[in-house]
Design a protein around this ligand. Structure first.
Ligand SMILES: [Ca+2]
Ligand SMILES: [Ca+2]
Length: 148
């Protein structure tokens, strides 16, 4: 019977552990790795949503340089077709947001970053464009046409 050679990785880990013990007491009290939620990036016909490493909910932002990290929860996704300003109702207050979604989607997404721009797709064809105007007017007046 012969003894197995010690793994070099195990040796490095043991050395690092001994060095850490010798340097003092650093402690990580708790940590989490979270995921979920949604934020949307769009380009052409594609959108990408997702979150990894989401910070825990906290009202105070962590800052460094030009960056700021705020923890929290993603807003509940609205699902009222025509609710372009995402206030949970479809009314005349959606007109400006709807026009902005049509004319400047990038600015819309910046101004209404908590909204899903597809809510302006009132004719349900997968696009937000001038062909949504008639169905948007119907939604605002309370007679939103059914999606085909
Ligand atoms: Ca609204
Ligand atoms: Ca459409």
């Amino acid at each position: 019977m012969s003894a197995k050679p010690t793994s070099p990785i195990l040796g490095v880990l043991l050395t690092l552990g001994l060095v850490a013990l010798a340097l003092g007491s650093y402690e990580i009290d708790w940590w989490t790795i979270d995921g979920g939620g949604e934020t949307t990036s769009a380009g052409g016909d594609y959108t990408l949503s997702g979150t990894i490493g989401q910070a825990d909910a906290h009202t105070i932002a962590m800052t460094g340089g030009n960056y700021e990290l705020r923890g929290g929860f993603w807003a509940v996704k609205h699902c009222l077709r025509g609710d372009a300003n995402c206030d949970d109702s479809v009314d005349v207050f959606d007109i400006d947001a709807f026009v902005l979604a049509l004319t400047n989607p990038t600015q819309y997404q910046q101004q209404f970053d908590y909204c899903d721009m597809s809510l302006a797709d009132t004719n349900c064809d997968g696009l937000v464009d001038v062909f949504d105007i008639d169905s948007f007017v119907q939604c605002v007046t309370g007679t939103c046409p059914p999606c085909q």
